[in-house]
Design a protein around this ligand. Structure first.
Ligand code: PHE
Length: 508
């Protein structure tokens, strides 16, 4: 068989045994594959070893090796036997077995060896005067030398069944010798799989047409192989957590607001929210302003005028801020600083519907602030926001719905602390007891939207809008044990970690 096929057979056998952490014995293998051991070693094993497909461990043994001279005697008989039988034949024919005739018949070398041994064994004697050999009467002529040589040859050097004195004789006559030899324990090598890969994996049309398939070894199916990890896209850690929050909102019957515009006018981000134009948040140090296009268009002039009046003079139970409101300032384009900008747009749209229907909205998206960057602050981050617009909502509803929301993340101990927002009253910070940290931590902000915000939009008198917001980064960092925000977001993020981060389930 072709060496490739042998190689194949060896690999297959090794692979089978490797499962049991076992090894193959090279001499067993050579007889099983019916190849000479040396051929197996030199033709197959060495090349597999070089490719690290197998590992070899040497086992040293001893065996009798018959020398070339010994092998010739095994077939033709020992020199002493051949000399004796020649001498006997001569005597039978009535001629003298002279030295010369013996030399001629057996060859000088065999004759010399035969003479030495046959005399020693007293099979023949020499009549000195005539220089002729004569057989010794009654000699026990048995060619045990040739027989022992045949036995060794046929038993592959195994001396079983032979007496030690005959072996000693073979050794002293240099007809055979005890020689060390090596076999190998064959183990699976580090790159066994690679060597197996040279096998054909597919049957092609050409193989069929040319009969080539007959000589090709095909790779067997490995039904235990694990799938290759796909190199497709994967969700960023923040997006995994976002998905969980999204599910919580959807479970609670909230609709998602469209948050696809990062650019917003100051109007929707601040003015519509009754945030005065002198408010420090509207400073260039806190907000990114756009230079092109610098200003947004006015779409609903009536609404814009109602907002102006509310800022300047008040209304809806408020006395306003008493300053000159600038349309130019309101039209300035910015990167939205909070997702409440989207909420204000949505509430305005809701107010335009002919008949008010209760609504629950949420958003989770990116916002921008011109911050000094440090371990916990970036210029862009994500906010989660929920709002409910309905009739007869109380502060109890706000606290209740926030409890329900946070409970779904495993946070059931909440506390509310009064705070201030320009667009909510009352305003409540949300604190949660963090078991791991063993303390209360601020987890969000909330409140009831001010009449100065929702009435100019046209939201009916008896409708209350409650809302709350939190950052996406904070819970994500806690959930994944990240303490520097730059390891979570931005160019320093470890892509491997992103690919292998576990699924997110929000139970802190
Ligand atoms: N917009 C607020 C913030 O940026 C969060 C908030 C949302 C507060 C809704 C009250 C109501 O922190």
């Amino acid at each position: 068989a072709a060496p490739v096929e042998k190689e194949e057979a060896v690999l297959r056998a090794v692979e089978e045994l490797a499962v049991a952490d076992d090894y193959l014995d090279s001499s067993n293998l050579s007889s099983k594959l019916s190849v000479a051991h040396a051929t197996l070693v030199d033709g197959v094993l060495k090349s597999l070893l070089a490719r690290a497909a197998i590992r070899l461990e040497t086992v040293t043994h001893e065996r009798w090796q018959v020398a070339a001279e010994g092998l010739s005697y095994a077939d033709a008989g020992s020199p002493e036997q051949r000399l004796h039988s020649f001498v006997v034949t001569c005597v039978e024919e009535g001629s003298a077995a002279t030295f010369e005739k013996v030399d001629q018949a057996l060859g000088k070398q065999v004759a010399a060896r035969g003479r030495q041994q046959a005399l020693k064994k007293r099979w023949v004697a020499i009549q000195k005067a005539d220089k002729v050999f004569v057989p010794v009467e009654g000699a026990d002529v048995v060619d045990d030398v040739a027989e022992a040589l045949r036995t060794l040859r046929d038993q592959g050097g195994n001396p079983e069944g032979l007496q030690s004195d005959i072996l000693k004789q073979l050794k002293s006559r240099k007809l055979a010798a005890l020689k060390p030899y090596k076999t190998y324990k064959i183990f699976k090598g580090e790159r066994l799989a690679d060597a197996r890969r040279v096998q054909a994996t597919e049957l092609t049309r050409t193989m069929l047409e040319t009969d080539e398939w007959k000589d090709i070894s095909f790779k067997g199916y490995n039904f235990k192989a694990e799938g290759k990890p796909t190199n497709g896209g994967c969700l960023h850690t923040l997006l995994k957590v976002r998905e969980q929050f999204r599910l919580i909102f959807l479970e609670m019957g909230f609709e998602e607001m469209p948050t696809n515009n990062y650019v917003e006018s100051s109007f929707w981000n601040f003015d519509a929210l009754f945030q005065p134009q002198q408010h420090p948040a509207r400073d260039e140090h806190d907000t990114f302003f756009l230079s092109d296009p610098e200003l947004a268009n006015v779409l609903d002039r009536d609404y814009l005028e109602r907002v102006r009046r509310t800022h300047e003079e008040g209304g809806f139970g408020s006395r306003g801020y008493r300053y000159e409101w600038s349309e130019q300032e309101a039209r300035k384009n910015i990167l939205r600083t909070h997702t409440t900008a989207v909420s204000s747009r949505m509430l305005y749209l809701l107010a335009q519907e002919t008949e008010f229907k209760p609504r629950k909205y949420f958003s989770i998206d990116r916002v921008f602030r011109n911050e000094t960057l440090d371990a916990t602050h970036l210029a862009e981050f994500h906010q989660i926001e929920g709002l409910v617009a309905d009739r007869n909502l109380s502060l109890g509803d706000l606290k209740g719905i926030i409890h329900e929301f946070f409970k779904k993340m495993g946070m059931s101990r909440l506390r509310f602390k009064p705070t201030h927002n320009p667009y909510t009253t009352p305003s409540l910070e949300i604190h949660s007891y963090h078991e791991g940290l063993g303390k209360w931590v601020e987890v969000g902000n909330s409140g009831v939207f001010r009449p100065e915000m929702i009435r100019p939009m046209g939201i009916p008198e008896d409708v209350t809008v409650i809302a709350w917001g939190l950052s996406l980064e904070r819970p994500t960092m806690i959930r994944y044990g990240i303490d520097n925000i730059r390891d979570l977001f931005g160019h320093r993020v470890d892509l491997k970690a992103i690919q292998t981060n576990p699924l997110c389930r929000l139970t802190f």
